[in-house]
Design a protein around this ligand. Structure first.
Ligand code: MN
Length: 200
């Protein structure tokens, strides 16, 4: 079955004032839909068309060469945005608790140090891309990826990602990517991040 854009798990305006309704509508209904349409078109008629997106993205070297770039970009876009929507909530914000909080403190010094590191990764990602909290070989790390590249293609497990493409913030924040990232923290659903951490 072809991929589909999952419905947002909250209303389009639910993340205001941090992320505005129009941005959410365009981002989810237009940008994410376009990634899904294009990866479906690229995989149509191939043996990969019915495979989970995670399997496709961890097998890019086996995708037919003439389709590989389209699958990398648009399949990555589908995977990344699905995780992004699920990582936010109108009840988000605050700080992680429990084992995840302890692991963040151990890896980065403190939650504030982790926040500074992820923001730095997002601000300094030149052009379009993402900043991530990942598990890399069992250890927490902050990484960034260009375009729609994603941690799973590099053998890492994403726990949380922030989209730093201009389409994610420009209507409200214009060129002020640091301000967008500062505001985005108030949307993070740490219970979902903790679930991903606990599953590893
Ligand atoms: Mn995006």
């Amino acid at each position: 079955m072809a991929y589909v854009v999952p419905p947002l798990p909250y209303d389009y305006n639910a993340l205001e004032p941090h992320i505005d309704e129009q941005t959410m509508r365009i981002h989810h209904d237009k940008h994410h839909q376009a990634y899904v349409d294009k990866v479906n078109a690229a995989l149509e008629g191939t043996e990969w068309a019915d495979r989970p997106i995670e399997e496709v993205l961890t097998s890019l070297e086996r995708i037919p060469e003439d389709k590989r770039t389209a699958v990398r970009n648009n399949g990555g876009g589908h995977y990344n945005h699905t995780l992004f929507w699920e990582s936010m909530s109108p009840d988000g914000g605050g700080a992680p608790e429990g084992d995840l909080a302890a692991a963040i403190d151990a890896a980065f010094g403190s939650f504030a140090d982790f926040q500074a590191k992820l923001k730095d990764a997002g601000v300094n990602q030149f052009g379009s891309g993402w900043a991530w909290l990942v598990l890399d070989g069992g250890a927490l790390a902050v990484v960034s990826t260009p375009n729609q590249d994603n941690p799973i293609s590099a053998g890492m497990t994403p726990l949380l990602g922030v989209d730093v493409w201009e389409h994610a913030y420009y209507l409200t924040y214009q060129n002020r990517r640091p301000d967008y990232i500062d505001a985005w923290w108030a949307t993070v659903d740490w219970s979902r991040v903790a679930d991903r951490f606990a599953a590893e």
